[in-house]
Design a protein around this ligand. Sequence first.
Ligand code: 5GP
Length: 118
Amino acid sequence: MSATAEPSIFTRIIQGEIPADVVFDSERIIAFRDIAPKAPLHLLIVPKTDRFANVTELAAEDPALLAEIVAVAQNLATEYSGGEYRLIFNTGRSVGQTVFHVHAHLLGGLLPEGTLGE
Ligand code: 5GP
């Protein structure tokens, strides 16, 4: 984050300024329920660092942290949704990214037919 940028909504959740329904919290990652769920299970898995705007930057600069997100996704899907899941990283405004602090959408349960989970 640059010195002048406002903290992202996710940074404010991580800092406890905004409440969230947190389901996982570790040294580097937090996960909580999406405020507007698009599937029976819809969690957001978010690295605590605000260094990366999207998954491309994360993969290039800290692939181990990306792998940790995938492992957390599997564990949460096992705990909350029978172990199967869909992982989405919106990357860019034109495909619907609204928060530029990298995050994975973990979707589970029956998704709307004929869609990619919108
Ligand atoms: P994006 O569109 O950037 O991939 O995803 C941002 C997600 O954050 C959206 O699905 C939106 O519903 C969720 N979101 C936005 N503000 C909040 C909030 O204050 N709390 C929670 N739990 N989710 C939020």
